[in-house]
Design a protein around this ligand. Structure first.
Ligand code: FA5
Ligand code: MG
Length: 453
């Protein structure tokens, strides 16, 4: 992938993603560093931990009910990623600070839900015998830098629909879905909050289309499937721990209310991990308008979206999300048998902290800055993250804003970030770190007109 005019927005030029060239515009902000991840497709690399995680989850959603798919191109329209799913026009997810734009109408998908409507439409096809699907893909988000965040990660989306032909009553429909719930295996893991209260302001029953009975049946099917999924993952992780003679905490899970523009009601499933609740997936009852607009008005159902790295980190005890991209044989060879095992960290190389402090100019501080599309975007935390990703690639472990203040007399705003440089693969020399850090400083000056302090 090569790019011209990827940075800061440029009304001239083009941007090329895997041999397809798009016109660039003032929205364009996908960098060549980001685009370079697209051809890797690590979720398909045999015995890569993400590939094993993908296959483990897929095995919980088998044929003939479910088809298991992948979507190779991350380039989607803003309609697919947002509009069709009912994202309001002012939703923060649409912002150029959070999303990688190819151009105004084209983005790198921020979630696998971008494909929901297409899959629903496909399920309506004459040859389709499937009532559900899973789809795995790489997704892209501008975000913080730390050991659990990377601007490229992977999601699996799943959905299950039931036909509700005209003339079938709501209680007949609910009864039929409950039959499917009864066919599912049961489990005896205690769920801390199996039915959290959902608030009608955010998560109303879709009364025009659904009865409470139907929603209860669909929710029971959804929750049982996802609880069984997490229990399966946990069982595999326990076996790996036992083999490595490590102890594992007993599994604790809970449901919490969530909000998504395309489901109602919506929930998230959390797992207690290393002393804290970790969100592993979001899900809900699919908005009927979405199904109606996708050629399947006579069906109802559920959908979920799960983060593969989160699951893989649990399964393999992988401590840093950058490792998934490592081509180091000390990483990859540990998984070459295709078994779920505990990752043995290879020696941790020393860290190197460096601070960068700077004054914003009046434009970037007030919101008519260089990074602006449409002219009114102040310097954003994610702009800092992007600069560091470009200059230091995978040799940065985390970046934190450590100080900010406004000068009482001049009114100028100062920011200070602490960058932790650490390679997973070798000990960084002072010289290497200095070169990267100098590049960060210069890029900030060139792109955002800051004054280094
Ligand atoms: C979504 O992306 C929704 N599309 C999920 C969904 C699908 C809801 C279908 C309803 C129906 P969210 O942004 O919460 O939601 O991400 C879903 C999951 O992706 C999270 O639970 C988490 O496991 C994973 N995830 C999200 N952000 C990150 C990140 N920065 N790094 C790693 N994993 C992440
Ligand atoms: Mg979430």
């Amino acid at each position: 992938a090569s790019t011209q005019s990827t940075l800061g927005g440029n009304s001239k030029g083009t941007i090329t993603v895997e041999d397809v060239t798009y016109p660039a515009d003032r929205w364009t902000n996908a960098t060549s560093t980001i685009l370079s991840h697209i051809p890797r497709r690590i979720y398909l690399e045999k015995n890569h931990p993400l590939d094993m995680t993908r296959r483990l989850i897929e095995s919980q959603f088998p044929a003939p009910t479910y088809g298991n798919y992948t979507e190779k191109s991350p380039v989607v329209t803003t309609a697919q990623n947002f509009d069709v799913l009912g994202f309001p026009s002012d939703h923060p997810g649409r912002s150029r600070t959070d999303t990688y734009y190819i151009n105004e109408k084209t983005v790198l998908r921020t979630h696998t839900s971008a494909h929901q409507a297409d899959y629903f439409r496909r399920m309506n096809g004459e040859n389709s015998k499937e009532d559900g699907y899973t789809v795995v893909a790489d997704v892209y988000r501008r975000d913080a830098i730390d050991r659990s965040h990377y601007p490229v990660f992977h999601q699996m989306e799943g959905a299950r629909l039931w036909k509700r032909p005209a003339g079938m009553t709501a209680s007949e429909s609910a009864a039929r879905i409950l039959e499917d719930v009864q066919k599912l295996p049961t489990h005896d893991v205690e769920v801390e909050d199996p039915n959290p209260v959902t608030h009608p302001e955010r998560n109303p029953l879709q009364e025009r289309y659904h009865s409470q009975e139907e929603v209860n049946a669909i929710a029971a099917h959804l929750k049982r499937n996802l609880e069984l999924l997490v229990i399966r993952i946990f069982t595999e992780a326990s076996k790996a721990s036992k083999k490595a003679e490590l102890k594992q905490e007993p599994l604790k899970i809970r449901w919490v209310e969530a909000y998504f523009p395309f489901t109602s009601p919506s929930w998230e499933l959390e797992v207690f991990w290393q002393g804290d609740w970790l969100e592993v997936l979001g899900c809900g009852i699919i908005k009927q308008e979405l199904l109606n607009n996708s050629g399947v008005p006579d069906r109802i159902g559920w959908a979920f979206g799960i983060g593969l790295e989160r699951i893989a980190m649990l399964l393999f005890e992988i401590p840093d999300i950058r490792l998934f991209w490592s081509q180091d044989s000390r990483f990859l060879s540990q998984f070459s048998q295709g078994e779920i095992i505990r990752f043995q960290p290879f020696s941790k190389h020393p860290e190197c902290y460096k601070d960068v402090a700077f004054w914003l100019n009046s434009a970037t501080a007030s919101g008519t800055g260089a990074g602006a599309a449409g002219g009114a975007v102040p310097f954003h935390d994610n702009d800092m993250m992007e600069v560091v990703r470009e200059c230091a690639k995978d040799m940065v472990e985390d970046v934190q804003l450590t100080d900010q203040f406004v000068h009482p007399k001049t009114g100028r705003k100062s920011l200070c970030y602490r960058i932790n440089y650490r390679s997973l693969e070798h000990t960084l020399t002072n010289k290497e770190v200095n070169v990267m850090h100098e590049q960060v400083r210069q890029t900030l000056v060139q792109r955002f007109g800051v004054e280094i302090r």
